[in-house]
Design a protein around this ligand. Structure first.
Ligand code: NAD
Ligand code: USQ
Length: 382
């Protein structure tokens, strides 16, 4: 299959591009490198040093004989995007290319506007490009479990049957997101659903949970193929951050009381979920939604797991509850459905102590790259 991986230089996109290439697909990466520029803006970095995209792709070809073409440019430049579509004639378009940090979107007005413009307009351009140049192309779009928020009822996969005043309908599941970033994903979902309805586009919205881990079998082949690993208070995500904090002797930073529960998955399952979606495309005109996670945990559960594994590795790690910089429920019901990807063959990599120890080991090898001043959260929702 000819597949474009947009955002293929990022944390989820790079291992996905390699995995799809290994399965024999013809993969092209589209990326405008903005994530690397945001590191400069924030004075931050990946814990694991990452090589240029050209170096990464050349090393992959040297090791496997597989070519990955690079298109450097912005989804918001429609002429550029049109050229890529005309040249590649994609059968699937995997869309990771968005500003994905909730705290970054909450810095100030400019960052909120950048996030929503970049994400919502970029996605709209992709929809138009599919309509104009590749109407049969399957859009595989990364959404997020955070679109749903934390309702006091079970979270279904995209849709809910509602009975109201004696009548029934299948409606999009209500969305109550918790940041301007998460809201951008809700806006994307609405635009995709509408485009499927009016133009007959086929799309899968993958509402992904928080991703942890760093290596996949492919990125572990050579240091030049290493994946990025964020730890700072802006782009670092809960479990990865806790492991890096443990490795560097920093207290584990639980925000508020720590009862916040979120859905999680290993990066090794992210790449597999994308393959499953690509191999089982949505029908023409179908807007399909999968909840892409394998387990859920409270922030306290995660902190305790990391503390336990770290103690076994001889590290003395404390858990500190700090004032929550976000506005979010800290004590809530959480039960989300995730059967669709399982039904299509996903076999989850669960969060065992062994998995935690492996990530911790990789982090310990790179801990000197952590800039300690970036570890505490600096952005408030208020
Ligand atoms: P990332 O920031 O590491 O990667 C995103 C990539 O997209 C970067 O390489 C960036 O340069 C590129 N990009 C951004 N805007 C672009 C544009 N307009 N044109 C071209 N390229 C652009 O993020 P990630 O962690 O790999 O996340 C990828 C996707 O998965 C995002 O859409 C995110 O919302 C979603 N997601 C991520 C997680 C997670 O825990 N990391 C969880 C759920 C969903
Ligand atoms: N948290 C802490 N301490 C920390 C960091 C986070 O207690 O040091 C808490 C947060 O308050 C929040 C939870 O952990 O309750 C998750 O925060 P996070 O930073 O790990 O994840 P989030 O901001 O939700 O965003 C990440 C990705 C985003 C993706 C989302 C999936 O950055 O791209 O969409 O996870 S989800 O959470 O399912 O929406």
């Amino acid at each position: 299959m000819r597949i474009i991986v947009a955002g293929g230089d990022g944390f989820c996109g790079w291992p996905t591009a390699l995995y799809l290439s290994k399965q024999g697909h013809e993969v092209a990466i589209l990326d405008n490198m903005v994530r690397r520029k945001i590191d400069e803006e924030l004075g931050s970095n990946s814990v694991v040093p990452i090589f240029s995209l050209e170096d990464r792709v050349n090393k992959w070809e040297e090791l496997t004989g597989n070519k990955i073409e690079i298109f450097t440019g912005d989804l918001n430049h429609y002429d550029f995007l049109s050229q890529v579509f005309k040249q590649v004639e994609p059968e699937a378009f995997v869309h990771f290319a968005e500003q994905r940090s909730a705290p970054y979107s909450m810095i100030d007005r400019e960052h909120a506007i950048y996030t929503q413009t970049n994400n919502v307009m970029g996605n709209l351009n992709v929809l138009y490009a599919i309509k104009e140049f590749a109407p049969d192309c399957h859009l595989i779009k990364l959404g997020t479990m955070g679109e749903y928020g934390t309702p006091n009822i079970d979270i279904e996969e995209g849709y809910i049957e509602i009975e109201h005043k004696g009548r029934k309908d299948r409606m999009p599941y209500p969305k109550q997101p918790g940041s301007f970033y998460h809201l951008s994903k809700v806006h994307d979902s609405h635009n995709i659903m509408f485009a499927c309805k009016i133009w007959g586009i086929r799309a899968t919205d993958l509402n992904q949970g928080v991703v942890y881990g760093l290596h996949t079998d492919e990125t572990a082949l050579d240091p030049v193929l290493a994946n990025r690993l964020d730890y700072d208070g802006v782009f670092g995500t809960a479990l990865n951050r806790f492991l890096i904090q443990a490795a560097t002797g920093h207290d584990i930073t639980v925000y508020g009381s720590g009862g916040q529960t979120r859905a999680f998955l290993n990066i090794k399952d992210t790449v597999r979920c994308i393959e499953i979606a690509a191999n089982n495309p949505a029908d023409i005109g179908e807007f399909r939604v999968f909840n892409q996670f394998t387990e859920y945990f409270s922030v306290n559960d995660l902190a305790e797991k990391v503390q336990k594994v770290s103690k076994e590795a001889g590290l003395d790690v404390e858990i500190t509850k700090i004032e929550n910089p976000r506005i979010e429920a800290e004590d809530h019901y959480y039960h989300a459905v995730n059967t669709k990807l399982r039904d299509l063959g996903l076999e989850p990599n669960l969060l065992t102590n062994e998995v935690l120890s492996d990530i911790l080991k990789a982090v310990l090898e790179n801990k000197t790259h952590v800039k300690k001043e970036n570890v505490l959260p600096s952005i408030s929702w208020k």
